[in-house]
Design a protein around this ligand. Structure first.
Ligand SMILES: [Zn+2]
Length: 78
């Protein structure tokens, strides 16, 4: 569980599960590999994305974290 303050001022938290803040993001290659492994019997919940991706519901900014470090931040242009 974590909290983060968006640049717009909105407080973001992933303390509730499920929530509308976290995005589960895989590349198409990763998703293809996961689907194959799940088809072979693996549990889908054993796979975690490489990055934690959060989206602010107020301004739609996207934050990409690796562990506790913020790697990228995107602001909506249109
Ligand atoms: Zn925001």
């Amino acid at each position: 569980m974590a909290v983060f303050r968006c640049d717009c001022g909105k407080g973001l938290s992933n303390s509730r599960c499920p929530n509308d803040i976290e995005l589960i993001l895989f590349t198409d290659y990763e998703w293809d590999s996961i689907q194959e492994k799940v088809h072979e019997g693996a549990d889908i919940y054993d796979f975690e994305p490489k990055y934690d991706v959060w989206r602010c519901p107020e301004c739609a900014r996207i934050y990409v974290f690796k562990g506790v470090s913020l790697l990228y931040q995107y602001k909506l242009e249109k």
